[in-house]
Design a protein around this ligand. Structure first.
Ligand SMILES: [Zn+2]
Length: 168
């Protein structure tokens, strides 16, 4: 993707425009639902990781009347086109975000998810390099940790007495 080297992070509007351009380049239709999903995911005030239900709620606020299944299908299409990336957050619903090549963000990170409060944060992408190398050396297995979240307890929850925590 061509980007001005002076501005590696495009604005949300530029990101949506670029995604729309790519949808057309694939010979696919640019629908209201697809554009709405892109806008929600490109919104800098969005939490960064949204479930399909969360995306539907946001779209519904901006453009009431769009059917839930239409949004789900739009998400599937955008994922198929490589514009949206899905991350499985443990047993919970998958979370979606825009592909790094659209946002100009480095994609080499590992997600860590707190079992207590559910917060998802990013850890350095090389966190598991040693483990991946050992696994490859030992068994030839190629680890791909980018699409999942590692689980544990975040610093905040680890220091909060259990009695004051919300039930998990
Ligand atoms: Zn926590």
């Amino acid at each position: 993707m061509h980007m001005d080297p002076a501005s590696p992070h495009p604005t949300p509007a530029q990101t949506v425009d670029e995604a729309v351009r790519r949808i057309r380049a694939h010979g696919e239709r640019v629908t209201v639902a697809r554009t709405a999903v892109l806008r929600v995911l490109a919104d800098p005030s969005a939490p960064g990781y949204l479930t399909a239900d969360g995306i539907f709620a946001e779209v519904n606020r901006a453009a009431p009347g769009v059917h839930r299944t239409t949004i789900y299908r739009a998400l599937d299409a955008l994922e198929r086109l490589g514009l949206v990336v899905q991350t499985r957050m443990g047993q919970d619903a998958a979370a979606y975000r825009l592909a790094g090549e659209l946002t100009g963000e480095d994609e080499t990170f590992v997600h860590v998810r707190c079992n207590v409060c559910g917060t998802v944060t990013r850890a350095a992408g090389d966190l598991l390099d040693d483990a991946a190398k050992r696994l490859a050396d030992d068994s030839g297995f190629r680890l791909d940790p980018m699409g999942v979240a590692l689980t544990g307890v975040c610093a905040n929850c680890a220091t909060t007495p259990a009695s004051r925590r919300a039930a998990p």
